[in-house]
Every structure is written in structure tokens, then in C-alpha cells.
Ligand binder design. Structure first.
Ligand code: NAP
Length: 211
């Protein structure tokens, strides 16, 4: 049975992924919100591990007994909107930590537990939609994530990486960013596209679900 580790499992899109993957996979769910996480883990008879991805010690300890992991999904994210000079420094750090540093730390510790041919699914964003004024921290973090994925493809040659870069999706993400765009996708629609990609013989390098 495929063992899938979902990091940021309590995010709307990851929850939709878990709902679908639970039918076929053994799930390990990592998330920061302990209440939501334990509900989700109970629903899917999955292992729930409470982890803040900015904490290397927590990640290291949580990964310890997970091998073998056949598939990893990274769906952690924090958004912020506003001219850089108006953003509180802790919000700038949160955005970079959740979207970029957390991914690098996750892969640092996941390397030892991922199988040789593991699939890695990473939630990024479309540059054209976010590289605009008021999004410096978020856009820079997602651009860094994109570069990190490209380099890890070379470092971890036999593993397959897919960057999922959706258009706007109706999730709590927008609470920190502004009104949900009118034609936003549902988390379920994005999860369906990701699930379809996972069944292909070769994992696409990039998937851009759009309204
Ligand atoms: N929504 C969109 O329009 C959209 C579009 C394109 C790409 N994306 C990306 O897709 C991914 C999923 O988005 P979403 O909208 O489904 O997210 P979401 O529902 O807003 O959830 C974000 C998740 O990130 C978790 N998180 C934040 N910081 C964390 C940390 N330090 N350690 C562990 N978990 C942390 C949050 O945990 P807590 O519950 O504990 O806060 C929450 O579960 C994100 O990477 C996002 O940037 C979103």
C-alpha cells in the first residue's frame, strides 16, 4: 500500500487531497493545528503528527519512524498582502518560513525516509498571478520554492517532483490576503486535478489548475 505523507495536512487543499487519497493510501498527516489534525486523522484512520515546519527539531523527530514514504505532499502556505514597508516583520517571516524555509527543512529531513522513486507534490503559485505590488514576500517565497524544486529534481534524480500552481482557490488563505476572487476554484476541484495527474505513467513537472 502506498504510504503518503501530507505536510500541512490541515490546509483546505491538503484536506481535500487526504479525503481522496484515504481510499487507497496509508496516510501520515502532519499539521500545526492539533485539533483539526486529530479530527482529520481520526476520520481517515491515519497517523497524525503535530509539527510546525519552521521547527527543525520537531520535523526531525516526526520523520524518525516514517520510512518508507512513497509520496510526500507539501501544502503549507501563508499569504500576506500590503506594501512591504507596511507589513509587520513577523508577517514577512511567517510568509517566507511557511512557503519556503519549511519546505527546505521538510525535504532536509524527509530525504532519509522517502523511497528511491518517491513522488513529491509541492503547492506553489503562478508567478503571473502574484508577482505584483503588495505581494513581495509571498511572491519571493513562491519563486524560491520553484527554484528549490528544480534543484532538488537534480539532487534527488530518481524522485519525481510535481509543482502544483493553482489559480485562486476559495480557502482560508484569503483571510489574510483580501476578498476571494469571484471565479476561484474549489479545493476539491484542485485535488481532483492532482489526483488525475498522480495516475499518469510519468508525473508532470508542473500542474496549473485554473478556473
Ligand atoms: N488558496 C489559494 O488561492 C492558493 C492559490 C495558489 C497556491 N496556494 C498555495 O496552496 C497551498 C495550500 O493553500 P490553501 O489555500 O489550501 O491553504 P490554507 O487552507 O490557508 O492552509 C494553510 C495551512 O498552512 C499551515 N501552516 C502555516 N504555517 C505553518 C507552519 N509554520 N507549520 C505548519 N503548518 C503551517 C496552516 O496551519 P494552521 O491551521 O495551523 O494555521 C494551514 O493548515 C499553500 O502553499 C498556498 O500558498 C493557494
Amino acid at each position: 500500500m502506498t504510504h503518503t505523507l501530507i505536510v500541512g495536512a490541515t490546509s483546505a487543499m491538503a484536506t481535500a487531497m487526504a479525503d481522496r487519497l484515504a481510499a487507497t493510501d496509508r496516510l501520515t498527516l502532519m499539521g500545526r493545528n492539533a485539533t483539526k489534525l486529530s479530527e482529520l486523522a481520526r476520520k481517515h484512520q491515519a497517523t497524525g503528527l503535530s509539527v510546525d515546519v519552521t521547527d527543525a527539531l520537531e520535523l526531525d523527530a516526526a520523520m524518525a519512524d516514517l520510512a518508507p514514504v512513497d509520496r510526500l505532499v507539501y501544502a503549507v502556505g501563508v499569504g500576506a498582502r500590503g506594501k512591504l514597508a507596511t507589513l509587520e516583520p513577523h508577517r514577512i517571516r511567517d510568509v517566507v518560513d511557511a512557503n519556503l524555509t519549511g519546505f527546505l527543512l521538510t525535504m532536509r529531513y524527509a530525504d532519509a525516509v522517502l523511497t528511491e522513486h518517491a513522488q513529491v507534490v509541492v503547492f506553489g503559485a503562478q508567478a503571473g498571478l502574484i508577482q505584483h505590488p503588495q505581494f513581495a514576500a509571498y511572491a519571493a517565497a513562491k519563486a524560491g520554492l520553484d527554484v528549490a524544486v528544480s534543484i532538488l529534481r537534480k539532487e534527488m534524480r530518481r524522485r519525481a517532483f510535481m509543482l502544483v500552481a493553482p489559480g485562486p482557490v476559495d480557502t482560508p488563505f484569503w483571510e489574510a490576503v483580501g476578498p476571494v476572487p469571484k471565479h476561484a476554484l474549489t479545493p476539491g476541484a484542485v485535488a481532483d486535478e492532482v489526483m488525475a495527474a498522480l495516475t499518469l505513467e510519468a508525473l508532470p513537472e508542473r500542474l496549473e489548475p485554473n478556473p
